[in-house]
Design a protein around this ligand. Structure first.
Ligand SMILES: CC(C)(COP(=O)(O)OP(=O)(O)OC[C@H]1O[C@@H](n2cnc3c(N)ncnc32)[C@H](O)[C@@H]1OP(=O)(O)O)[C@@H](O)C(=O)NCCC(=O)NCCS
Length: 432
């Protein structure tokens, strides 16, 4: 573990709600996180609401505090100079299998204390703890692409911002099987988690959602901590009348040209619901464009449109970063689309799960064992590369071309591509 200078101490605590003894500490932690992400200082009410959602998610807060007197006038010693949040949710690892995953969030280090090893210390200690508690996977989303590879994280899913032209050009080749109707936004407080649960079970790469999402989708709690009266909601009803999809959206104002409806959340549990919600969005009068920031890269909408160029998708980016903490447990948690055997030499910069492993798949089920000494690997790769290919969204052949995987047996990367494939494109609709 890297040394932490005596100038600092680390404290870990649960999210406390107003009136509880730990509240002042939790409140200061939340304020430090907002500061780290350049947000305006949160109002006391916003902090209280955030902490209620953190409590519901059983979030653990880690703060680094100065142990010495602080300079006169500078922020008090009880405001953390570094923050790190964690919560645990399930990750769909393909073919409906769920894996308990350690989610890392709210990583900040105050500018005046950066590059002293605080992030390294918090991350190494936290991942070791998660592994010791039996977790096989950690995940995060990254503000910058260069920070987390060194800790063994690899990009495992992508998303894109789309701007969809919904003028007369927009024609979907789809005969509706259900219907869409506008609803009272607050109905999503109850319905959103139910619909999401179905999507979560169907979608590789999906992470179960935090409490906050249903509040966001229903307009109950906007990103600014206030109720958002601009949010509108439409529900999709399947052929048997049950709600199997919804879209939450808001108008960006008459001054935005072309007139635009922005998707706050779009969750569809069937292929038909997805296309029919798009048909609904495109049919909204007085609006010529729909924007959505969490669209999949491999998007059925593209292929259902008579003119796929209705979609302007210039902004594609990495979304979910995974970090395998335990190769044996993570690889055995998956189902595989075909049988095969691969010997993987896994390097790990934090030493949590390094070694040579035999992955033997039979009937779609994997047996993973540490290989005996002297067994030659088919592939050598860093744990970040293994984490990247784990959900089938990053191609091992491409990582080999990039020098991130070393292929010792000709064709082993292609074999890995087949083995790690999942039943449908990985996509994560949960930011955390
Ligand atoms: C990113 C951040 C958390 C780094 O904290 P830090 O305490 O300065 O990091 P450390 O001193 O522990 O550095 C750990 C390693 O990461 C590297 N590193 C840190 N920040 C980096 C960055 N932005 N880009 C590239 N490398 C970075 C350091 O060089 C160091 O490398 P080494 O240990 O291999 O030599 C901090 O700069 C920050 O709060 N940034 C603003 C908020 C943010 O971007 N948070 C990330 C949210 S996902």
């Amino acid at each position: 573990m890297p040394e932490l200078s005596e100038d600092y101490e680390i404290r870990r605590f649960d999210a406390a709600v107003q009136g509880e003894p730990g509240y002042p500490e939790a409140e200061k932690w939340v304020k430090a996180v907002s500061f780290g992400f350049h947000e305006s200082t949160r109002s006391p009410d916003h902090v209280a609401k955030s902490l209620e959602t953190y409590r519901a998610d059983q979030r653990i807060m880690t703060g680094v505090y100065q142990t010495q007197d602080v300079a006169p006038g500078s922020l008090a010693a009880d405001i953390p100079v570094a923050t790190f949040g964690t919560l645990r949710k399930t990750l769909n690892v393909g073919f409906g299998r769920m894996l308990a995953t350690h989610l890392v969030t709210a990583v900040t280090v105050r500018t005046s204390h950066r590059r002293r090893g605080l992030l390294r210390r918090m991350m190494s200690e936290d991942l070791a703890l998660a592994k010791s508690e039996g977790l096989a996977m950690a995940a995060l989303t990254a503000s910058e692409g260069s920070i987390y590879g060194r800790f063994g994280y690899g990009v495992a899913s992508f998303e894109r911002t789309v701007k969809v032209d919904t003028t007369a050009r927009f024609r979907l080749d789809h005969q509706a099987v259900g219907s869409v109707d506008v609803a009272e936004p607050k109905v999503l407080l109850e319905i959103a988690p139910e619909v999401f649960e179905r999507v979560h079970r169907l979608t590789p790469g999906s992470i179960d959602r935090q409490e906050w999402y249903r509040q966001l989708a229903s307009g109950s709690l906007g990103r600014d901590g206030k109720e958002d009266p601009a949010v509108k909601v439409a529900l999709h009803y399947g052929p048997d009348g049950d709600v199997d999809g919804y879209v939450s959206y808001k108008f960006l104002g008459w001054e935005t040209e072309p007139h635009t409806m922005h998707v706050v959340d779009l969750v569809a549990a069937t292929h038909e619901a997805y296309l029919e919600l798009w048909q609904f969005l495109a049919a909204i009068d007085l609006v010529d464009r729909i924007t959505w920031e969490e669209a999949p890269l491999d998007d059925p909408l593209t292929w259902a449109l008579a003119d796929p160029r209705c979609i302007d998708s210039s902004d594609s980016r990495d979304m979910l970063w995974l970090r395998i903490l335990d190769v044996v447990r993570a690889l055995e948690a998956r189902r595989y689309p075909g049988d095969g055997r691969l010997v993987l030499e896994v390097l790990d910069p934090l030493g949590l799960t390094a070694g040579t492993f035999t992955l033997a798949v039979s009937g779609g089920e994997a047996a993973v064992e540490r290989a005996e000494a002297g067994v030659a690997p088919d592939l050598t790769l860093d744990v970040s590369a293994l984490s990247s290919i784990f959900l089938g969204a990053v191609c091992p052949v491409t990582l080999t071309a990039a020098g991130r995987i070393r292929e010792h047996k000709h064709g082993a990367s292609l074999q890995a591509r087949g083995l790690f494939a999942v039943e449908r494109a990985a996509h994560c609709l949960t930011h955390f």
